[in-house]
Design a protein around this ligand. Structure first.
Ligand code: PMP
Length: 338
């Protein structure tokens, strides 16, 4: 018989899929690492389990303990699956910008969800950084995960995602393009790939309203770069320890509108139903098109599933209200006239 002993054993070994239409302007082979195939529907399952197992191993997380994390949803989902299988409680602290679907899904897998305002300074006691830290201090037998600075996050991608991409491309990968939030995915994958072949170029996708691109180019943490934005999962107003800027060759920034429009285009043109940061990654990749040659093998990573954005980027009214969708609604009388 061939079966997994629990759901956690099904994490990883996600497919690499050629993109045929949405990147047709790119003169290279473009392959998407589709992380939706993980049981929690995102890449974050990998690092969630790794962070828990490393914390168990060195005693930070004790039997029956409570896991606490400030998470935009995907990490929470990965932690929730692991918490169920391994017998822990989970509290997710989430910002009010995140989609309702993400919050409902977390509750469905047993997490307690605490919602915090987005438009406050990280040092504000209501910010999700502050609330998660406080809960971790006040809850007995708690462990605060801190995916931003927890080295196990990037290590998971060094041990799993990087080797999978290397093997799937038979070492032919020339460029890796990926959205950056905590930095775990880009840094772990980049470290592995550059050890195998230092010529592989690593590009980070950033968003307007985030500090990464400017910091990478100038070494300056510029607070003027920080303002609220709509794109989910990427960009930060802090410098997480998991972003290893020395491994990254460059960043490009993508607008909220472009990220949203391209999220829909991936679904419509490729039949791959993925989340908002995938849209940003594809638009960013197109912005970088002069960097690619016909013989190049470009891998882009799709972090999560489109199902978490059905009330947002996949909702026509939501798109229209923000000026992201120009098409008019077809009214009954228009059809009768024709
Ligand atoms: N996309 C989505 C949808 C995410 O949830 C995240 C994690 N914040 C990222 C991209 C960025 O990944 P990482 O944190 O590994 O940089």
């Amino acid at each position: 018989m061939k079966y997994a002993k629990n759901i956690l054993e099904t994490i990883g070994n996600t497919p690499l899929v050629q993109l045929n239409k949405v990147t047709k302007e790119i003169d290279a082979l473009v392959l998407a690492k589709v992380e939706t195939f993980n049981p929690g529907n995102s890449v974050k399952d990998r690092m969630a389990v790794k962070m828990i197992e490393d914390a168990e191993a060195d005693g930070r997380l004790k039997p029956g303990g409570t896991i606490i994390e400030g998470t935009s949803g995907n990490t929470g989902m990965g932690l929730a699956l692991a918490a169920i299988v391994k017998g822990y409680k989970l509290i997710c602290v989430i910002s009010d910008k995140q989609s309702k679907e993400k919050m409902d899904i977390l509750r469905a897998v047993g997490a307690k969800v605490v919602v915090c305002p987005t438009d406050v300074e990280p040092t504000d006691p209501r910010s999700y950084y502050s609330v998660s830290k406080r809960l971790a201090e006040e809850t007995p037998n708690a462990w605060y995960v801190n995916q931003y600075d927890n080295p196990s996050n990037a290590i998971a991608h060094y041990e799993q995602t990087g080797p999978e991409i290397w093997e799937q491309t038979e070492g032919k990968i020339t460029h890796f393009v990926v959205g950056v939030g905590t930095g775990g995915t880009i840094s772990g994958v980049a470290k592995y790939l550059k050890e195998k072949n230092p010529n592989i170029k690593i590009w980070g996708i950033d968003t307007y309203g985030s500090v990464f691109k400017k910091y990478h180019e100038t070494g300056i943490f510029d607070e003027n770069e920080i303002y609220s934005y709509i794109t989910e999962g990427i960009g930060e107003d802090i410098l997480p320890k998991n972003v290893d800027f020395s491994l990254i060759d460059g960043f490009t920034k993508v607008t909220d509108k472009d990220a949203a429009v391209y999220t829909r285009r991936i679904a419509l043109e490729e039949g791959i139903f993925v989340g908002n940061s995938a849209g940003a990654a594809i638009k960013g990749l197109i912005q970088l098109k002069e960097h690619f040659k016909p013989e190049d093998v470009v891998v882009v990573l799709f972090h999560d599933s489109g199902s978490r954005y059905v009330g947002k980027m996949f909702n026509d009214d939501w798109m229209r209200e923000r000026g992201f969708l120009e098409e008019e609604i077809t009214k009954a009388e228009d059809l009768i006239k024709e």
